[in-house]
Structures are given as structure tokens and as C-alpha cells.
Ligand binder design. Structure first.
Ligand code: FE
Length: 232
């Protein structure tokens, strides 16, 4: 059995939100799918350890804001690599309370859905929440981010030889010679590539890891420079 076959499945990337009492939370999930059209139902698979899981169980509703391929890493990092138990994930974020009371994100998203839970399926580490669509809106026509694009291009894990890398970064100038090494974030797996820099944070291509400002942090998870390890 080759479980790499699972990587060939395609997914989008979404901010899944819910609430409990007067508190809201949201997290990143690739597993949002439409189940039926009449009536329209959607399902989402959420890890039982996550705060959003607790909120969906408490309120019986969830939202899914669909992320565009122009979203910066920091946006995904704010929802995906931090816990709502420690931080306010919505700080500085453009969002609104939806018809269900669940938060919908307006920044870096092209549409949102809201659903009321019809059924919860225990799937071991995760619960699959199946919900009936009660609200939906299109925000803009920017293409949706795919999970593959996020993994390979945004997180910098695509080898430079890969066609998708060239395709996605046409404006990147060649590295300054001699090429300086890449560094990997030990927390989230993001790879800092000097040839690419960190455009989301204003770091130009050709900036070596050593030349990054001391207060530079991982664009995905916010880890400090000291948590990066040199790649050979
Ligand atoms: Fe990181």
C-alpha cells in the first residue's frame, strides 16, 4: 500500500469558525466538503482536541470561510498554528458575526458558508460534523487556495525544479551568488528560502537567513529565528 496516494486527493483551505456563549474561535481546515444539494449539506472534520471542536459541539453551528490563493502565510498561521485558548485569533482581522452567530472571515476569503449541525460522526481523533447550509455568500472572484498550493508553494516546500514552483513565482529574481542555505522552522515545517525571501513580510529575494532582522519571525507560526534549523 502506498499512502502517498492520499496526497493526490485535492482540497481547499478554509477558516472554520464557531462560538460558545460570547466567545468565538476559528481554525484552518482543509476538510470541508459538500455532501448533498437538496437540501444543501456540508461536512467538516475537526480534531477533538481543538477549541473549535468544543465550540461547534456547544453551539451546534459552524462557518467555513474559503481562503483565496492570495492569502499571506501570516493569515493562515494566525488561524492554523495558534490556539484560540492562548490568543485572540481575530485581532486585526476583518470579520463579522454570521446569521448563525458563528464568525465569518472577510479578509483573504472569496466566500463563506454557515451550517447548522444535523449529525456528528465519531471518527476516532476527529468528529465529522454534517450540517445543513443556512447561509452562504460570495465575497469576490479571487481563486480559492488549494491545499496543495499551500503546502508546496506558500510553505516553501516545493523543490525549485518543480514546474509549479516556477509557475507560481514568476517574478522572483535569481539568487545572489553564492547561494545561501535554506532554514526550516522546527515548529511548523516552513522553509525559509533566501532565493524567495519572505515577500509577505517585506523581505526581498536574495536575503540570507543571517541577514534577516533579529525580530523576524516565522511567517506561518510566529516562531523566532532561533527555532530555525539550517538545511544542508
Ligand atoms: Fe513556523
Amino acid at each position: 500500500m502506498n499512502t502517498k496516494a492520499l496526497y493526490k486527493l485535492t482540497y481547499g483551505l478554509h477558516v472554520v469558525g464557531s462560538f460558545k456563549g460570547d466567545k468565538i474561535n476559528a481554525q484552518i481546515a482543509n476538510t470541508v466538503i459538500q455532501i448533498t444539494s437538496e437540501p444543501a449539506t456540508v461536512a467538516v472534520s475537526i480534531n477533538k482536541k481543538n477549541l473549535t471542536h468544543e465550540y461547534i459541539q456547544a453551539s451546534g453551528v459552524f462557518s467555513a470561510s474559503i481562503i483565496t490563493n492570495e492569502a499571506p502565510l501570516s493569515f493562515i498561521g494566525q488561524f492554523g498554528f495558534k490556539s484560540g485558548r492562548d490568543t485572540d485569533k481575530f485581532a486585526g482581522m476583518n470579520y463579522k458575526k454570521g446569521a448563525t452567530g458563528a464568525p465569518v472571515v472577510l479578509d483573504n476569503c472569496n466566500a463563506y458558508l454557515e451550517a447548522r449541525v444535523l449529525q456528528s460522526v465519531d471518527a476516532g481523533t476527529h468528529t465529522i460534523f454534517i450540517g445543513q447550509l443556512v447561509e452562504a455568500e460570495v465575497l469576490n472572484e479571487t481563486p480559492s487556495m488549494t491545499y496543495e498550493y499551500y503546502q508546496q508553494v506558500k510553505r516553501g516546500t516545493t523543490p525549485k525544479s518543480a514546474p509549479s514552483y516556477q509557475e507560481a513565482k514568476p517574478a522572483v529574481s535569481p539568487p545572489v551568488s553564492p547561494p545561501s542555505p535554506k532554514y526550516k522552522c522546527e515548529v511548523c515545517g516552513y522553509i525559509y528560502d533566501p532565493a524567495v525571501g519572505d515577500p509577505d513580510s517585506g523581505i526581498k529575494p536574495g536575503t540570507s537567513f543571517e541577514d534577516l532582522p533579529a525580530d523576524w519571525t516565522c511567517p506561518v507560526c510566529g516562531a523566532e529565528k532561533s527555532q530555525f534549523k539550517k538545511l544542508d
